[in-house]
Design a protein around this ligand. Structure first.
Ligand code: MRU
Length: 362
C-alpha cells in the first residue's frame, strides 16, 4: 500500500539482502519511521516490543529473524536456539510458529554454508505468499460486501472492525481490511467503524491511519460503542482478523472481539473473520480451552500513549495509584457466533467441514 504516494510493504530486505526494514508501528499515527533489523536480537525485540505486530507480519518477521540468526551462525544448535527465542516472543499468533518452522524445514537438510541464503529466500517467498493470500481474501471479501450492499441501496455499506487487521498487520493489503480496500477501489461506497481497541489502541492508531492514507471513509469509536450502533442498524457487517483459528472455526483475535460477536448475534449483524490458511491451527478443536492467551504487561492498561497539542509524544497514567490491572491480549469467539470465514481460497462456514473443504490437503 502507499504512504505519501510511495509503495511500501511492512517488511522488506535492504542492505544487499542481509537485513530487513520494518515500519515502527509504535510511533504511528503521529510519525512514520522505519527501523532496520540486522540480527536475531533485533527481530526478537521487534516482535516482543510490538514494533511489528499482527499475526501475518509477526510470522514474516519470525521467518526473517531465522535468516538473520543463520547469517551469524548456521550450526544446528544455533538454528534451534533461534527458533526457541522467536517462538517464545508472542504465544497466541500461530503464524509465528508456522513461519519459523517453514524456514527450519527448508534449511535443516542443507549444508551449514548454504543455510542463511536459503533462509532469506524462504522468508521472501513466505512474504510473497502472504501478499497473494491477502489479495485473494480481498477479492472474495469484496464479492461478499457487494452482495450485502444490495440489501442497503442508496447509502454506503457500514463495516465494523476491531483492532488492526489491515496492511500494517500483514505484509500487504491486510486480512479484514483487504475486502474494504478492494471494494473502495472498485467504487463501492463504504464506511468503516473503527474500534479504538484498548489498551494499545491498534484501531485508533493504526487502522484509522491506514484507512485515512487510502482515502477510505471511517469513524473511530470507543470500544464500547459497537453494540449500541448495531442495535440502531448502523452496522451492516463486522469483519475481524484472527491470530489463531481452530480446525473447527473458533476464532482467536484481539481482546474485545468476542463481545462484538455477541452483540452482532443479538442484533442479527453478520460477523465474519478474514484470515489466511497459515492462521489455522489444525491440531486444536476448542479455542477457549486450547489457545494460549498472551498476558501482557498491566502497564499497557495503566499508561495511555499519545501526542500533546504541542506535538510531544507522551504517556499518561489513567489509573489510581495502587489499583492493580490485568491485560489479557486476546479472546476467543466460538464458531457458533461466526457467520463465515473469508480465506484466500474462498468463503466458508465456521465449521470443521467448511474449513476442510477449502484446505483438503492439511
Ligand atoms: O496484538 P496485536 O496487535 O499483534 O494483535 C493483532 C490482532 O489481533 C489482529 O486482529 C490479528 O493479528 C489479525 S491480523 C491480520
Amino acid at each position: 500500500m502507499k504512504v505519501g504516494g510511495k509503495y511500501y510493504r511492512t517488511i522488506y530486505p535492504v542492505g544487499g539482502g542481509q537485513s530487513v526494514e520494518v515500519i515502527d508501528q509504535r510511533r504511528l499515527p503521529h510519525e512514520f519511521a522505519l527501523v532496520r533489523l540486522a540480527s536475531l536480537d533485533d527481530a526478537v525485540r521487534a516482535i516482543a516490543d510490538m514494533i511489528v505486530r499482527g499475526a501475518p507480519l509477526i510470522g514474516a518477521t519470525g521467518a526473517y529473524g531465522m535468516a538473520l540468526a543463520l547469517k551469524a551462525d548456521a550450526a544446528t544448535a544455533a538454528l534451534e536456539e533461534a527458533r526457541r527465542r522467536l517462538v517464545a516472543t508472542r504465544p497466541t499468533a500461530v503464524t509465528l510458529r508456522w513461519a519459523v518452522d517453514e524456514v527450519v524445514a527448508a534449511v535443516a537438510p542443507l549444508p551449514v554454508g548454504e543455510r542463511a541464503a536459503a533462509a532469506f529466500r524462504c522468508a521472501a517467498e513466505l512474504c510473497d505468499e502472504d501478499v497473494a493470500a491477502c489479495a485473494a481474501i480481498g477479492e472474495y471479501g469484496k464479492r461478499l460486501l457487494a452482495e450485502l450492499a444490495k440489501q442497503h441501496p442508496g447509502r454506503p455499506l457500514n463495516v465494523l472492525t476491531h483492532c488492526n487487521a489491515g496492511w500494517l498487520a500483514t505484509v500487504d493489503y491486510g486480512t479484514a481490511l483487504a475486502p474494504v480496500y478492494k471494494a473502495h477501489d472498485a467504487g463501492m461506497p463504504i464506511h468503516v467503524w473503527v474500534d479504538e481497541t484498548r489498551p494499545r489502541n491498534q484501531g485508533a492508531s493504526l487502522t484509522a491511519w491506514e484507512l485515512g492514507q487510502h482515502g477510505v471513509p471511517h469513524t473511530v469509536i470507543a470500544d464500547n460503542a459497537g453494540g449500541h450502533l448495531m442495535q440502531h442498524g448502523r452496522v451492516d457487517v463486522c469483519i475481524v482478523g484472527s491470530d489463531r483459528t481452530t480446525a473447527t472455526g473458533d476464532v482467536c483475535n484481539k481482546i474485545g472481539t468476542y463481545l462484538k460477536a455477541l452483540a452482532a448475534r443479538d442484533c442479527s449483524v453478520p460477523f465474519y473473520a478474514a484470515l489466511t490458511g497459515a492462521t489455522i491451527d489444525w491440531e486444536i478443536t476448542d479455542g477457549v480451552a486450547q489457545i494460549p492467551i498472551e498476558e501482557r504487561s498491566p502497564d499497557e492498561v495503566r499508561w495511555v500513549a499519545g501526542r500533546t497539542a504541542g506535538g510531544e509524544q507522551v504517556a499518561v497514567n489513567v489509573l489510581p495509584e495502587g489499583s492493580p490491572a490485568q491485560n489479557p491480549g486476546f479472546d476467543v469467539t466460538p464458531a457458533r457466533l461466526v457467520t463465515g470465514i473469508i480465506t484466500e481460497r474462498g468463503v466458508c462456514p465456521a465449521t470443521a467441514e467448511g474449513l476442510r473443504r477449502l484446505f483438503p490437503e492439511v
